[in-house]
Design a protein around this ligand. Structure first.
Ligand code: ATP
Ligand code: MTE
Length: 181
């Protein structure tokens, strides 16, 4: 049987990483994929501070050493001096995928006018898709609902494992295939 797809979940927060508040972002992402995915998968989680080099190093470790096909970060996408997640992501990706950030900001704007403050982006490193989400835990489902339909096909294209979804939760779109459900 194929080994489970590895998904990296990275909380980037000075306070959550210091234990000043409990991390709600990582568990929200875990919960999202637990509901959305029907194919075998395994989470690899990290909680780290807003430090550019440390974020880049974590992304490289999850992509290259752990072999995560998908890495989702939460936090550090805004304009504050310590918000450096997009810079750290750009440091390690080979290809920028601008549509992800554009779509997530567009759907988020319908919820909150400050969505324009998020510089969240996505990109490809080798066989990993890296997607930034804002830090507010409620932003996680808002953003993932928008981009998740395209993620399994994106991972097919970068020669990763086939992610299957529960169509009652999210319908994965693969061109040339009839949507399941
Ligand atoms: N992992 C998390 N768990 C719970 N709440 C969070 C988390 N990350 C962020 N938040 C909430 O969302 C807000 C905005 O997130 P942002 O990433 O800008 O954090 P911040 O204000 O820079 O502080 P920090 O890095 O210490 O979380 C935070 O002020 C906090 O209320
Ligand atoms: N969907 C969604 N997007 C959102 C938000 C939100 O609540 N929901 N918060 C915004 C706010 S207030 C900020 S400051 C930016 C950056 O957040 P971050 O620094 O926590 O990543 O994300 C924005 N995007």
């Amino acid at each position: 049987m194929a080994s489970p797809a590895k998904i990296g979940i990275v909380t980037i927060s000075d306070r959550a990483s210091a234990g000043i508040y409990a991390d709600e972002g990582g568990p929200a992402i875990l919960d999202y994929f637990s509901q959305a995915l029907t194919s075998p998968w395994q989470a690899i989680t990290r909680i780290i501070p807003d430090e550019r080099a440390g974020i880049a190093q974590t992304l490289v470790e999850l992509a290259d050493k752990e072999g995560c096909c998908l890495i989702v970060t939460t936090g550090g996408t805004g304009p504050a001096p310590r918000d450096v997640t997009p810079e750290a992501t750009e440091d390690v990706i080979d290809k920028l995928m601008p549509g992800f950030g554009e779509l997530m900001r567009q759907v988020s704007l319908a919820k909150v006018p400050t969505a324009i403050l998020s510089r969240q982006l996505a990109g490809i490193r080798g066989k990993s898709l890296i997607v930034n989400l804002p830090g507010r835990p409620r932003a996680i489902a808002e953003c993932l609902d928008a981009v998740m339909p395209a993620i399994p096909y994106c991972i097919d294209l970068i020669e990763g494992p086939s992610l299957e979804t529960d169509p009652a939760v999210i319908v994965a779109f693969r061109p040339g295939q009839k949507p399941k459900g």
